[in-house]
Design a protein around this ligand. Structure first.
Ligand code: NAD
Length: 300
């Protein structure tokens, strides 16, 4: 894939730093976001083209990257009326880096294939910090020859893991986020119980990180966003609740027992409803704390 002609759609917490890295690496981008503020903020800092509409963006891009809230929005942006695909030529390629539904992605890829447009699902893990550093884990599903074609572009943003055919990247991502969400919720419950028993939360985290209970949540999220009450990881709680719905969809369609996932997804869904979709996902600690104080006041 030669330098140039990349359409980049979605300039949010993840998309903006990822697009920034591509510009810094010498790629010429045409950017789009439905938020005029986010477009302006990006264009003020980078020499990018802002196409008049999505069809024009598609027409002048041989590669289009999407990093949007979910796969429904990706489908609408690509294949809705006046969508990007209407302008794209055969042999052009779409990479969806959003955390989208694996099942929905199979349908989107098949619809694009009718126009000869290739598709790779390449969701990412690592959060805003790794998006800034270009050290994301990129889970790429699709034909090996297509992934090789765009590997230099992807490697500007992180390390590429080929997961298998189209859809497998999105499947892998939803399962990763299930484990991540379960570990954070269980760490919050453990810290709250220890605190109520008289243990010091900071000391608990120090001990967990030297013990078998450690995880990304105890090593990174508790010190970085929860113990200091910053709650500013840049990953919205509504997006994580969505990821758990996608993991449930995968368990349903594969007939896998999901007792623990259902309990976990319920916690995150309630937290997103109580705190609002835009709350930071690390605020789940405050949600679980409020539930435990509600329970104690009912006991007294
Ligand atoms: P975000 O909400 O910060 O950004 C999403 C962007 O999409 C926004 O700028 C919004 O204006 C734009 N958008 C929404 N609908 C649109 C439309 N119809 N047309 C054009 N633009 C539209 O979200 P984010 O945190 O950047 O996450 C993006 C994706 O990456 C999600 O799928 C999320 O699950 C995933 N993800 C996020 C993180 C993280 O730490 N934030 C980590 C890994 C994966």
């Amino acid at each position: 894939m030669p330098a140039g002609s990349i359409g980049f759609i979605g300039l949010g917490n993840m998309g903006a730093p990822m697009a920034h890295r591509l510009v810094e690496a010498g790629y010429s981008l045409q950017v789009h976001d439905k938020s005029a503020e986010r477009r302006k903020d990006f264009m003020d800092r980078h020499p990018c083209h802002d196409p008049p509409d999505l069809v024009s963006l598609g027409r002048s891009s041989e590669l289009v990257i999407t990093i949007l809230p979910d796969g429904h929005i990706v489908r609408e942006v690509l294949l809705g009326v006046g969508g990007v695909a209407a302008g794209m030529s055969a042999n052009a390629l779409v990479i969806d880096m959003s955390s989208s539904s694996a099942v929905g992605t199979l349908e989107t890829a098949a619809l694009l294939a009718e126009s000869g447009i290739g598709f790779i699902d390449a969701p990412v893990s690592g959060g805003v910090k790794k998006a800034v550093d270009g050290t994301l884990a990129i889970m790429a599903g699709g034909d090996a020859h297509l992934i090789d074609r765009v590997r230099p572009v992807l490697e500007v943003m992180g390390k590429v893991f080929h997961t298998g055919p189209v859809g497998s990247g999105h499947a892998m991502k939803s399962l990763n986020n299930y484990l991540s969400a379960a570990s954070l919720a269980s760490a919050c419950e453990a810290i709250l119980a220890g605190k109520a028993f008289g243990l010091d939360p900071a000391r608990m985290i120090e001990i967990l990180n030297a013990s078998s209970g450690r995880s990304n949540s105890t090593e990174y999220k508790f010190p970085g966003f929860i113990l200091n009450q910053a709650y500013n990881s840049g990953f919205g709680i509504g997006l994580l609740a969505k990821d758990l719905r996608l993991a449930r969809e995968l368990m349903d369609c594969t007939g896998t027992p999901d007792t623990l996932l259902r309990a976990c997804a319920g916690i995150w869904q309630q937290a997103a409803e109580r705190l609002g979709e835009l709350a930071d996902h690390t605020e789940v600690y405050k949600f679980l704390e409020s539930i435990s104080s509600d329970a104690k006041s009912q006991d007294t």
